[in-house]
Design a protein. Structure first.
Length: 325
């Protein structure tokens, strides 16, 4: 058996997984050879070599164990990682460019490792799942890759905030939080890769193909919006029903903290955590924009509404006071 890695080694690996900068001087123009190489190099050089098979899962007290095993996320989490691996692997096989093909193939491998982490945790804590569906290679790899990429961009944005909330709440043991920390940071790397692949891919499409591709992107976003309005029900081997909520990343606040968190604080936390997760990577690489932009628009709308509501409430109080006089 090899020696366990030292604390210093783990710290170095963790630092390398969170910090990367291209040696190229000047801009990394989206679509340029320098941009493509930086994207692929970032993903390869920030790899974290942790092994799911040697994770030491912490013992949990009965209350914490019940809280974790009752979370309605495990079915959808395991199944999502299983589908993501095949979708990314299928799309990687279509790519002719060796650097991008290698990066996306590595992404597929890491998705499979995420599934292994979750599967081992589920087994260790005796969490019952619904029957796992068969995973099949997608018939339209590009569509499947876009669905997975945009889905991860959306879900990760909210997951970053919820993960920070879970850490601060104290409802989950720090050992368990630390176990999943590398997985969370890998999600940041995954969507960083997707955002830069997307920008590179767009610039290399002829006009008609670009228009068709943008239509496909809009269709993917519409599909994901519809998917997050639905619940999928499956059954385990004992016949018990399991509900898979595709929008748990947004609805999961009550599962990770006992505090009452309003919408504004949640969005502000998601935005700050999103910035923190990406802060160590070369700022010339593009960041995912859709979820943060939606959050900022929603924050502006809510703040404006609160301002109007507060003014109306104060006016009503003043008018009521004048009548009383």
């Amino acid at each position: 058996m090899p020696d366990a890695p030292s604390a210093r080694t783990l710290e170095e690996v963790d630092f390398q997984a969170r910090h990367w900068s291209s040696p190229v001087i000047g801009p990394l123009t989206p679509g340029s050879p320098e941009h493509k190489k930086a994207t692929a190099d970032m993903f390869r050089e920030t790899f974290n070599p942790y092994k799911p098979s040697v994770i030491d899962w912490p013992d949990l007290d009965p209350e914490t164990r019940e809280r974790i095993t009752s979370l309605p996320i495990w079915d959808i989490a395991v199944h999502t990682e299983g589908r993501a691996r095949l979708r990314m692997a299928a799309y990687a096989e279509m790519i002719e460019d060796p650097e991008l093909r290698d990066a996306i193939a590595r992404n597929a491998w890491e998705e499979n490792r995420h599934k292994e982490v979750l599967s081992r945790m589920v087994e260790h804590y005796g969490i019952k799942l619904g029957v796992e569906p068969p995973y099949e290679m997608p018939k339209n790899p590009e569509w499947a890759y876009l669905v997975t990429g945009f889905s991860e961009c959306w879900d990760s944005f909210f997951a970053f905030g919820l993960f920070a909330m879970a850490e601060k709440s104290g409802l989950f043991p720090m050992e368990l939080v630390e176990t999943f920390e590398p997985v969370m940071q890998e999600e940041a790397r995954h969507i960083l890769l997707f955002a830069n692949w997307l920008a590179y891919h767009r610039t290399h499409l002829p006009l008609l193909k670009r228009l068709w591709f943008e239509g496909k992107v809009l269709a993917v976003l519409a599909y994901l919006f519809y998917e997050r309005l639905t619940l999928l029900r499956t059954f385990d081997e004992d016949g018990n029903e399991h509900t898979e909520d595709f929008n748990f990343a947004v609805r999961g606040v009550e599962s990770v903290t006992e505090e009452t968190i309003d919408f504004v604080k949640l969005m502000e936390l998601c935005l700050s955590e999103n910035d923190r997760r990406f802060s160590g990577y070369d700022p010339r690489l593009l960041r995912p924009q859709l979820a943060p932009a939606c959050a900022r628009i929603a924050l502006t709308a809510v703040r404006m509404w609160k301002g109007v509501f507060n003014k109306a409430e104060k006016k009503e109080e003043r008018d009521g006071g004048e009548v009383a006089l």
